[in-house]
Write a new protein. Structure first.
Lengths: 150, 89
């Protein structure tokens, strides 16, 4: 029985590409929906690296040539080496620039580390809570105003 | 169009949708590091679109474009982080 190799390669490559593209889509939905800069950054770093790796593998399988596969492996190696480095550097910069954390993040280990190195002024988790409090207070004052007028 | 090409076009459409979601976050992003990371995802999505286009047209020259683009995305985000660190200290 004759096997249609081109059709087989097309099917495998399409499956890989669809998996990779759905990972990229999930990563960008996470970028849009997550509440905090640090959580968003972790979501897009992992999701986009995995998705790009799947797309590249699918393309390398389709072309079925040694030089294309070498280039694909080079790009995969490069992406998986540089994406965590870039995320680490940007996250470090964000902590130094006092980007606020989400108020439900568990920061106990981070606080211990900061207390050990005397860096306590870096944490800023209360900004969202302060905004909520200010909103609640303004609502209450509006209610009180309307009650006073009545 | 064969089923293969239709699948690739569908994948390109999904990547375009994710590019649009990234652009929305780029517009909203409350802080500057948000915009830098969304630019990172932007570059990754564009690399994916270029790769799928390569497979759709059977033209292998575009793989080099994807390689250079991944290099430049990394350089862009690193240099932006360095600039942020230098200006606020």
């Amino acid at each position: 029985m004759e096997i249609n190799w081109l059709l087989l390669r097309e099917i495998i490559s399409c499956a890989f590409i669809l998996i990779g593209v759905s990972f990229m889509l999930i990563a960008s939905i996470g970028l849009l929906r997550f509440p905090d800069f640090y959580i968003r950054m972790s979501a897009i770093t992992k999701g986009s690296t995995l998705g790009l790796g799947f797309i590249l593998l699918g393309m390398g399988i389709y072309f079925n040539q040694a030089d294309v596969l070498l280039k694909v492996l080079l790009i995969i190696l490069f992406t998986s080496a540089t994406a965590p480095v870039a995320a680490h550097v940007i996250g470090r910069t964000a902590v130094q620039n006092k980007i606020p954390f989400w108020n439900r993040t568990d920061l106990s280990e981070f606080r211990e580390y900061l207390a050990k190195w005397h860096l306590e002024q870096l944490v800023n988790q209360d900004k969202y809570r302060e905004e909520e409090l200010a909103k609640k207070q303004s609502d209450e004052s509006e209610v009180a105003d309307t009650a006073g007028k009545a | 169009m064969s089923i293969f090409q239709i699948t690739l076009v569908v994948a390109m459409v999904m990547l375009s949708v994710s590019l649009m979601l990234t652009a929305i976050r780029f517009y909203l992003g409350p802080t500057l590091p948000d915009r830098v990371t969304s630019f990172d995802l932007f570059v990754a999505n564009v690399i994916g679109i270029i790769l799928i286009y390569t497979e759709l047209t059977d033209n292998q020259d575009f793989i080099d474009v994807a390689m250079i683009l991944s290099l430049f995305g990394f350089l862009g985000s690193i240099s932006f982080a360095y600039y942020l660190m230098r200006t606020t200290k």
